[in-house]
Design a protein around this ligand. Sequence first.
Ligand SMILES: Cc1cc2nc3c(=O)[nH]c(=O)nc-3n(C[C@H](O)[C@H](O)[C@H](O)COP(=O)(O)OP(=O)(O)OC[C@H]3O[C@@H](n4cnc5c(N)ncnc54)[C@H](O)[C@@H]3O)c2cc1C
Length: 395
Amino acid sequence: MDADVAVVGAGAIGSSVARWLAKDGHEVVVLDKETGPALHQSGRNSGVVHAGYQYEPGSTKARFAREGARRLIAYCRERDIPLRQNGLLVVAQNETEIGYLEEAHRRSQTNGIEARMLEPEEIQQVEPAARGRAGLRVPAYASFDARAYVHSLTGEAMTAGAEFLYDTTVEAIEDTGRGVRVHTSKGTLEAGGAVNAAGLQADRLGQDVCPDMRIVPFRGYYAEVVADKRDMVEGHVYPAPDPELPFLGVHLSKRADGRLIVGPGAMLAFGREAYSFWGADGRDLLDTLSWPGFYRLLGDAKIRSLIGDEVHKSLSLKAMAAEARRLVPEIEAVDLVDSYAGNRAQMVSREGELVMDLVVREQGNTVHVLNAVSPGLTCSLPFGEHVAQLALERA
Ligand SMILES: Cc1cc2nc3c(=O)[nH]c(=O)nc-3n(C[C@H](O)[C@H](O)[C@H](O)COP(=O)(O)OP(=O)(O)OC[C@H]3O[C@@H](n4cnc5c(N)ncnc54)[C@H](O)[C@@H]3O)c2cc1C
C-alpha cells in the first residue's frame, strides 16, 4: 500500500480531511490536478463564514455550519489568517420577502443561531446605507481569507506527514475489495481507502454512487465597489433568502481585505471550470445537455425567470447595480467594476431539482463528497473530520 487513504482534491474539504487523518497518525496522499491548492471553488468564493441561520433544520448544512463557523473563526484568529467579524443584515422589500425573512428567523431559532428581527428604522442603525421594510440581524457572520485558510490546512497536513501530489489528474478510483487502486495521469497508486473531494468533478469520479444526479455548474460572478465608495457597507447585506433555492441572491459583502464585493450571480456555466461568460468546455456542455434533469429544471417557471435575469446581470453592470440598489439605494453602475468569478458544483437531480444539501455517499472503500456547495468552506473543519472518520471505517 502507498497510503492508508488517498484523497482526491486539495480544496477546503479534501485538505481538511487530509489534515485530520495525518494528525491522527495515518498515511495520507492527496492528489490534485492543479499546480497548488484552492484553485477552484475554495479559492473563488465570497469568503463568508456562514453561521447558517437559514439552513433547513436537521440538514447536513445546518448540522455542520454552526460548529464549523465557530471553529473556523477560532482557527483564523489563532493563525493570524485575515478575518473580519462584521455580522450579517438581511433585508426584505415586500410581503413575499418578509415571509422568507420570518421563515429564516424561525429556522435560526431551531438551529441555535442568534438572530433578531429589525424594524425598518433599526436597519440603518446597523448599516446606515441599507433600506428595507423589515430586517434580520445575525451577528455571528464574518469574512475570512479562504485561500490563506486552505493553504494553512495543507501546510499543517504536510507537517503531520501528508503527501501532496499536484499536477496529477485522477482518472478513476477502482475498488479492489481489499482497498483501492487510484489511476492517475502519472501512474497507479494503492491505498486502503479513498475520499473523492473533487468538487466540480466529483460526480465523474463517483458516477456509480450518483446515477440520480449530475453537476450542472452555475457561475457566480462578482462586481466590486470602487475604492472610495467601499465604506458604504461595513458587513454583509443580503436579500431575504428564497427557501426553495440554494442561491442567496446578489448581496454586498465586505471582504477580509476590505474590498466590497457585489454578487455572486447564479448564471448557468458552459464549462465547469470556465470562469468567463463565454468560456465553454465541450464535454461539460454535453453532460449538461444530455441530462434529463436539466430540461426538467428548465420546466420550472421560477428557474427560467432566474436564468433570464442572470444573463442580463452577468453582461451588464447596470443590471447588477439595479439588483444591489434593492438593498443599498445609493449604489450606481459607475460605482462598480467587474471582479472575479467562481463556479458552483451544483447537483441537479434526474427529476430536475436543485439539490440543496451537502451529500456524502459511501461505496466499498470509498467516500464521495457530492454537491459540495455553500457553505462548504464554513463547514470544512467538522465536516472534513466526519468524512475522514467515514473513510477510516472503510479503509
Ligand atoms: C461563487 C461561490 C461562492 C461561495 N461562497 C462561499 C462562502 O462565502 N462561504 C462558504 O462557506 N462557502 C462558499 N462557497 C462554497 C465553497 O466554496 C465550497 O463548498 C467549497 O470550496 C468546496 O470545497 P471542495 O474542496 O469540495 O471543492 P474545490 O475547492 O472545488 O476543490 C476540488 C479540488 O479537486 C481537484 N480535482 C477535481 N477533479 C480532479 C481530478 N480528476 N483529479 C485530481 N484533482 C481533481 C480540483 O483541482 C480542486 O482543487 C462558495 C462557492 C462558490 C462557487
